[in-house]
Design a protein around this ligand. Structure first.
Ligand code: DAH
Length: 346
């Protein structure tokens, strides 16, 4: 019996050594150490042994079992390690392979212009303010010195939602809202970028939805000279230090006096061309001194406080700056158009 057990041990160990994968190793374990295996079989014959031999055989059988188990564990470890190594080898990355280029987007030209203008004014101490696109008639018109029935309301064809609410036709209502929040106390120094809506037919220079940037400064002793100086700094930073500005008298119900600002035409240097329609000047924005009625309606004492305001269209500025000939390019998202602005990315 001793002989038989040792033979089984040798046989099992040599099979374990030759096992090539985890499955055959498990088969060997079941075959030798399982309930129906040969060792159990041998042990069943122990009854026939003498009382002295029985414990000796029992101990030997246990030794054989643990020797096989030990060998199995050792081999299992080795196979597992080999599997990990193989996996690592098959998963190595060839760092010498050339990479695939990552497609990178760029800012929309209008986003660029708005951010550029925001930065410029933030640098002069302004804060950025926002207001709702669905606006009350009161803020869009009335608080800006445009009572119901005022003929100047026709300057801005509006999308009304109810009798008292509409899609804002300009960013000027943010002026009225901000002033109201200040409760009659200056200073106020804001710019307000945002979308506005008008009942216009879309063409190369008109869109039913476009952007505006509004500016408002209110404090004691603000004069037209402050307005002109501010606009001049803006125009030169935006379009180049060689550009001249001029202010022309104009009319807006919310400012008195009102002006429009032109910049000298860069293309013809002032001689007159198709871009400036032969005048040598290009209109950029509307502005003026805040009307006393507007100040008073928002709760400011118009004897103590004065202010200036201006409103401009980022699309128009982008068109002039980048030479874009159709406003609709900004909204149709043709990737070939948008990609041309990648070169301006920082
Ligand atoms: N809100 C005017 C428009 O949409 C633009 C404008 C002109 C705004 C003069 C102003 C201003 O603040 O002072 O046509």
């Amino acid at each position: 019996m001793e002989q038989k057990l040792l033979e089984l041990q040798n046989e099992a160990i040599s099979q374990i050594e030759n096992a090539e994968d985890l499955k055959s190793l498990n088969d060997i374990r079941v075959a030798y150490l399982g309930k129906k295996g040969p060792i159990t079989e041998v042990l069943r014959g122990m009854g026939k042994l003498s009382a002295e031999e029985r414990p000796k055989m029992g101990a030997l059988a246990n030794d054989v079992r643990s020797a096989i188990q030990e060998k199995l564990d050792e081999k299992l470890n080795r196979l597992e390690q080999e599997a990990v190594l193989k996996q690592l080898e098959s998963e190595t990355i060839d760092v010498t392979l050339p990479g695939r280029p990552v497609k990178q987007g760029n800012h929309h030209p209008l986003t660029r212009i708005v951010e550029e203008i925001e930065d410029l004014f933030i640098g002069m101490g302004y804060q950025v303010a926002e207001g709702p696109e669905v606006e009350q008639d009161y803020y869009n018109f009335e608080a800006l010195n445009l009572p119901k029935g005022h003929p100047a309301r026709d300057m801005q064809d509006s999308f009304y939602i109810t009798e008292d609410t509409l899609l804002r036709t300009h960013t000027s209502p943010v002026q009225a809202r901000t002033m109201e929040k200040h409760q009659g106390k200056g200073p106020v120094k804001i710019i307000c970028p945002g979308k506005v809506y008008r009942r216009d037919n879309d063409d190369a220079t008109h869109s039913h939805q476009f952007m505006q940037i509004e500016g408002l400064v209110i404090d004691e002793k603000i004069t037209m000279a402050d307005l002109k100086g501010t606009l001049e700094v803006f125009a030169k930073k935006m379009f180049g230090s060689d550009r001249e500005i001029r202010l022309r008298p104009s009319f807006f119900p919310f400012t008195e006096p009102s002006v429009e600002m032109d910049i000298s035409c860069k293309i013809c240097g002032g001689k007159g061309c198709s871009v400036c329609k032969g005048t040598g000047w290009i209109e950029i924005l509307g502005a003026g001194m805040v009307h006393p009625n507007v100040l008073e309606m928002a709760g400011f004492d118009s004897k103590k406080y004065t202010g200036f305001a201006f409103g401009m269209g980022p699309e128009r500025i982008a068109m002039l700056k980048y030479g874009v000939d159709d406003i609709r390019h900004f909204y149709t998202n043709d990737i070939r158009f948008l990609k041309q602005f990648a070169k301006y990315e920082a």
